[in-house]
Design a protein around this ligand. Sequence first.
Ligand SMILES: CC(C)(COP(=O)(O)OP(=O)(O)OC[C@H]1O[C@@H](n2cnc3c(N)ncnc32)[C@H](O)[C@@H]1OP(=O)(O)O)[C@@H](O)C(=O)NCCC(=O)NCCS
Length: 210
Amino acid sequence: MPVYKFITVNKDSFFAVWKVDESEDDLWIGIQLTDHCQTRFNGMKSELHRRAFLSIRHLLALYGYEDTDLYYNEFGKPHLKDGNYISITHSHHFTAIIISKTEEVGIDIEKNREKILRIAHKFTPFEEYRTLANTEAIIRKLTIVWGAKESLYKIYGQQGISFLHHINVADFSFDQNQTTAEILYHGDVSHYDVHFLEFEGFTLVYAIKK
Ligand SMILES: CC(C)(COP(=O)(O)OP(=O)(O)OC[C@H]1O[C@@H](n2cnc3c(N)ncnc32)[C@H](O)[C@@H]1OP(=O)(O)O)[C@@H](O)C(=O)NCCC(=O)NCCS
């Protein structure tokens, strides 16, 4: 069972990462999907996506949940029927979930890619990064900021929010492994703690609403 990381955030919140290297057949073992998820699964063209989707159900099982314990709202946001908070992410062969009994949480995994340099101006004031030592450091930092904004977006759960205009991530150094962020949207202000870790060319970010 390739649980890659299994981390306790605090007494009420946990996350786990799966490295997907099993076959689709192996990942089906012990898994039963709801009709809703089976229909989604049947429509997935990419085998890696299907394997990632199944691996998420194994991560749920680590915390005693089955697919029937999960439902999605009309925007695709996942919820747990027992009222605990959950967020889900997949990127290539890594998948992760975060669960909290008390706090709203969001999680995102991204592969570090040069492409982010071209789209950075769409989601963050790019001038802030010019002082960084080299291109690799800029890519790392932008990927963390992107992951933070995706995580916050997943918590907020409202469409129409702009990464550039409504979500601010406070500056941070790599060795801090954490920062803070806020959403300012239509007069509403909310604050978040953000944590990040990097492994095998990927960046995982999770956020907890304060
Ligand atoms: C929905 C979104 C957050 C998903 O993120 P992603 O990086 O594409 O994909 P991830 O694998 O990390 O996350 C996918 C999971 O997010 C969850 N999700 C989907 N929609 C969601 C929503 N509206 N709110 C919260 N979570 C959501 C689902 O659990 C989904 O996985 P599942 O359906 O297999 O369970 C993303 O596609 C999105 O819409 N981002 C905002 C777009 C945007 O404003 N971009 C600004 C560009 S400058």
